[in-house]
Design a protein around this ligand. Sequence first.
Ligand code: NAD
Length: 260
Amino acid sequence: MQTPVIIMGASGRMGSTLTRLAREGEGVSLAGVVEREDRQEGLEHLGCPVEADLDKLLPQCPGAAIIDFTAPEVSLGTARTAARFGNPVVVGTTGLNKEQVAQLTVLAEKNPVFWAPNMSIGVNALCKVLPLLTEILGAAYDLEISEIHHRHKKDAPSGTALKLAQVLAEARGWDLDKVAAYCREGIIGARPDEEIGVQTLRGGDVVGDHTAYFFGPGERIEVTHRAHSRDTFASGALRAAAWLSGQKPGRLYAMADMFA
Ligand code: NAD
């Protein structure tokens, strides 16, 4: 059975990748797209309804799963509208603050909502491997994360870097808010033992690189994930949309739920 999907922000870097894969892909069909009026040029070739307002599209696409990779406020609005119409919604947007994540969590109690800062299989495999490495290497190893993205990315550090840092912090039993070092400058003194550095580089057209470092006595391990193409995130999101359509609401779903 094919899951009809609606793509929010269809002219964006992720939105255009999603529409291409949704049209090519098995298991999903493109039911409609939403994009700001000033960015709709060329979308008529998609052969599906194009709207600037999700409210106007949803009555034309009952049961469609909505996929939103836009901006935090827009994605929250999408989740609220989806809840009114009863459509499942997959959010890939990063840079949400704690309050915005809390609002998504509340909406997820009554309507199926999925949120993941990284939809690639590789990064989610990395999330499973990092706690094991942390445990085997032990407390003598200093933990650091670095990330590189294209020059247009709006939020920093990336949602994926924060997720990886969270995974490392949990593996050590630390509170990330207390141990994260997002910036180092000046006479900073020796590195505390209980610290996870998260450093950001921006430039060019890098799709997304993340490295977790384990610096130990006389050696270090670097585990790197490089996204070569946005297709990896888009195919994960389309898979999540098909999966979410069969789920009941109750809590905010994430990638780990899909692979459970
Ligand atoms: P982008 O700026 O290229 O695209 C955003 C699109 O949303 C634009 O086309 C814009 O016009 C549109 N938009 C803005 N307001 C809108 C509205 N009210 N209604 C409809 N459309 C609207 O950005 P991008 O590079 O595609 O990234 C989008 C988000 O996805 C970012 O938060 C990014 O970090 C995140 N992202 C997540 C993953 C993941 O795996 N979860 C992967 C890549 C990017």
